[in-house]
Design a binder for this molecule. Structure first.
Ligand code: SF4
Length: 494
């Protein structure tokens, strides 16, 4: 018989077990909520998922609640254990210290860590580009690949067709997302979280509300089916656009069950491909979705380990401003800038926004204002329902804040109000004017953009992709007034 498998709360799917009958250990550790202030919705999802799994497994699982994992292990007294390599540096250190625990290779990604290390080594001094990684994964697993090895449709990447500005309407014409129905376990979790706040001094950020995401395998499969049937076809066209009144647009919201380990990414990609072929769905949408699931998600996972634990400390632009309270506390009401206020409200209410508000509103603002990248990464981790350290480190420190000086992205993701105006409907309801950079109605993103270029001119000068923006900076006649205006802004909410 196989050893008892210790499952962490993000290893809940069947692919983390060797057989359907394998005995299981689940530990609910409270310590984590004292160490970090998490979004209330995120705490709810993780506890709900863990408890649902324990209920499903019944007698096959030993389930203990304890302050720490070490206490939980002592209490469970479950004998020899095996565990799939966990998803944080801290947990990896812990499982390696324990004498009776066999640590297996991690699961839940399309290639193993050993395969990725081999791939990175073969590339020698070449950049580890996501696009190269993604194409190799597609070839290796024959996803959207013809029998002769060419990509379906003739192209590997249809991103160029997926960058439409939003339509002139408040919401996309697309079927509403699948919503779960809460049960007794959710009620119990809610009561326990209330008790933690009341009796243990635990603090959460954000608001409570109905559960929005799948926490069991069967819910995750239902959410996947619903997305494929009703939303996938429209996913791609507007995937980079934002609508103030439509937080979900045509996004899948499957990152939560994927990151809880309830769905296997390859299974998701194959189902999407199969559905797309049988129903003649728009190829750019199918490919764009598959790229997120087996491309980008896997790539940032592997970079997290490949780049090492120190990567998170990188701070190439020497950004050291602590997150101001209004930002850290999701105080959308303190913010006048319509885009930033709207996105903070989305996060406060649901702990979720899609990737563009994260990158082009929250990340862009933080970059322009030199927020500490490590603190920002931890903030994303704690406040997003799909956030984990492995997700956020490369995405925030590398992609969004350029703190690695170009390992992940060839240029900083910084933009002025014109980009937000083109890709959203936020500006029409805003007190600021995206075209203005100086004055009472100057858009804080537009002014912040030029201020950023000026402040980081030396670091950006060697970057060919920044040559044109820097030439634009040279042509500004009102730069002095702009710099004075921005210096006076301090850490105030815009
Ligand atoms: Fe955001 Fe500027 Fe547009 Fe206002 S005008 S919504 S601050 S980009």
């Amino acid at each position: 018989p196989s050893t008892r498998r210790w499952l962490f709360a993000d290893q809940l799917g069947p692919h983390f077990l060797d057989s359907p009958k394998q005995p299981v250990l689940l530990i609910e550790s409270r310590d984590v909520f004292r160490r970090k202030r998490f979004h209330r919705r995120k705490a709810h999802l993780v506890l709900s998922a863990l408890r649902h799994r324990a209920a499903e497994l019944g007698d096959r699982a030993v389930f203990v609640t304890a302050d720490t994992y070490a206490d939980g292990l002592r209490e469970a007294d479950a004998g020899r254990l095996s565990v799939c390599d966990p998803t944080s540096w801290r947990a990896r250190r812990l499982v390696r210290r324990l004498p009776d625990v066999e640590v297996l290779a991690s699961r839940g990604f399309v290639v193993s860590e050993a395969q990725f290390a081999g791939w990175a080594e073969r590339r020698a001094r070449k950049r580890l580009l996501m696009e190269d990684f993604y194409r190799d994964v597609r070839r290796q697993h024959s996803v959207l690949v013809n029998a002769d090895g060419t990509p379906v449709g003739g192209e590997w990447n249809y991103d160029g067709e997926n960058r439409e500005a939003p339509p002139k309407q408040e919401r996309l014409d697309v079927r509403e997302p699948w919503w779960p129905t809460e049960d007794d376990i959710d009620e119990e979790v809610r009561a326990d979280l209330d008790r933690m706040v009341r009796d243990d001094g635990v603090e959460f950020s954000g608001e409570d509300g109905p559960r929005r995401f799948a926490v069991t395998r069967s819910e995750a499969l239902r959410a996947l089916r619903h997305f494929l049937t009703h939303r996938l076809g429209q996913f791609g066209t507007y995937e980079d656009a934002m609508l103030a009144g439509d937080r979900w647009m045509a996004h899948s919201m499957l990152s939560v069950p994927l990151n809880l380990g309830l769905l296997d990414p390859l299974e998701v990609a194959r189902r999407a491909e199969d559905h797309g072929r049988k129903n003649s769905e728009r190829l750019a949408s199918v490919e764009g979705f598959i790229r997120q699931v087996i491309g980008w998600r896997s790539y940032v996972w592997h970079l997290h380990w490949h780049l090492g634990e120190d990567y998170k400390q990188r701070n190439a632009l020497q950004a050291r401003t602590p997150l101001p309270a209004w930002f850290a506390d999701l105080d959308a009401d303190a913010v006048g800038a319509n885009c930033l206020s709207g996105v903070l409200r989305d996060v406060r209410e649901d702990g979720w926004t899609h990737h563009i508000p994260r990158l082009m509103v929250l990340g862009n603002w933080a970059l322009q204002h030199s927020y500490d990248p490590q603190e920002l990464s931890d903030w994303f981790w704690a406040n997003f329902v799909d956030g984990y350290d492995w997700v956020m480190t490369s995405n925030v420190v590398g992609m969004s804040q350029h703190a690695d000086h170009g390992v992940l992205a060839t240029k900083p993701y910084v933009s002025g109000g014109a980009y937000i105006d083109r890709m959203s409907d936020y500006c029409k309801g805003c007190r600021y004017d995206p075209k203005k950079r100086v004055g009472d109605d100057a858009c804080p993103f537009t002014a912040g953009y030029w201020n950023f270029l000026h402040g980081h001119r030396e670091q950006l000068e060697g970057n060919r992709r920044m040559a044109q923006p820097l030439r634009g900076l040279d042509r500004l006649r009102d730069l002095d007034a702009l710099l004075e205006q921005e210096a006076g802004r301090g850490a105030d909410a815009p």
